[in-house]
Design a protein around this ligand. Structure first.
Ligand code: ZN
Length: 350
């Protein structure tokens, strides 16, 4: 037994010497090494506890006490060293050569770029703000009412087949199929007159070279007393000219959309050949760009606007389609691959 207590005393001396050395430069890594070699599973202390098993039962308490004292003294020293380490390591870091932030950059600076859809959206919003429109936002996950019913598309209306919709598990909710839900939210909040523009992501079950399941639309709504179709034509023409250039003409073709009456498709002279005829416009000189029309009285009814007193128009364009035309891109899907080499090549359009 005497030998075990002696042994503990000897180990204490050994530890004190080792810890003293660590104290000179108390780095966390050195302290951890010290801790493992003494207190770790295969450390010196655990070996002592093993030896304790072979000590006579009568003498075991005193021997155990000696080992416990040794353990406590080691733990105390390790904890003290850890506290010293914090201050020591900060001082060490600060004493290294400081970084000179005024030095010129080595090599080429790589610059980020904006997505073509983002570039087109800011260009469009700039044009609308100049015309005095307010920008609105609305939910991408919405209720049937805002996306369909309030827009004169009641249940079982054939127009619902025109858009293949992503419904949520709870069939009352869906991913909006157009940005037109925003005009309903906005008109329920605001009294006329209204002059709003609403850009955003929309979703349809569709995927080919000119359709993606997620795409971007921009919608424009004006409601006031005495608004007529000529206002609609004037605004669309002036906004398209400000985006694509003054030399391009706009034309309107009668068409059907449930939320407008009358409705019209909007064509713009080809942005590539400027109306002369090319492959992109199938040699017609014209490109389909969006839909428009005078707001249907049923839509006014669902937002409690008096359709005897007020009239208004709405039109919507695909932002991705406009970006495609502006940059002459063959496949819409490429824009959403996330390929940096592809996406980093777009300059500001105008
Ligand atoms: Zn063309």
């Amino acid at each position: 037994m005497a030998s075990l207590i002696d042994n503990a005393r000897k180990l204490q001396e050994e530890f004190t010497a080792e810890a003293g050395k660590v104290r000179e430069t108390p780095r966390s890594s050195l302290i951890e090494e010290l801790r493992v070699s003494w207190l770790g599973r295969k450390g010196a202390l655990n070996k002592l506890y093993e030896d304790l098993k072979s000590v006579d039962k009568a003498e075991r308490p005193e021997a155990g006490k000696a080992i416990n004292q040794l353990r406590q003294s080691i733990e105390k020293e390790v904890n003290e060293l850890k506290e010293l380490a914090v201050g020591f390591e900060i001082k060490e870091k600060l004493s290294r050569t400081p970084v000179d932030i005024s030095l010129p950059l080595k090599g080429e600076l790589s610059q980020g770029s904006l997505h073509p859809v983002t570039l087109m959206r800011s260009l469009l919003l700039k044009a609308f703000r100049r015309l005095g429109f307010t920008v609105y936002d609305g939910p991408e996950v919405d209720q049937d009412f805002y996306n369909f019913s309030a827009l004169n598309i009641p249940e079982h209306h054939p127009a619902r087949d025109m858009q293949d919709t992503f419904f949520l598990k709870d069939k009352n909710f869906l991913l909006r199929t157009h940005t037109s839900n925003i005009q309903i939210h906005a008109m329920l909040q605001e009294k006329p007159p209204v002059r709003l523009v609403a850009p955003g992501r929309v979703y349809r079950v569709d995927n080919d070279a000119t359709h993606t399941p997620m795409f971007h639309q921009i919608e424009c709504v004006v409601v006031d007393r005495g608004i007529s179709f000529s206002h609609l034509k004037g605004i669309i023409d002036s906004f398209l000219k400000s985006v694509f250039g003054n030399d391009l003409q706009t034309r309107f073709r009668p068409s059907f959309f449930p939320f407008v009456e009358p409705g019209a498709e909007v064509d713009l002279q080809c942005t590539i050949c400027r109306g002369k005829g090319c492959r992109v416009c199938s040699h017609t000189g014209w490109l389909e760009i969006g839909g428009s029309g005078m707001i249907h009285p049923n839509v006014f009814e669902s937002v409690q606007y008096d359709s005897e007193d007020y009239t208004g128009f709405a039109f919507g364009f695909g932002i991705d389609r406009m970006a495609m035309l502006a940059y002459g891109l063959p496949d819409l899907r490429q824009m959403f691959t996330g390929d940096y080499r592809y996406l980093s090549q777009f300059p500001i359009y105008r």
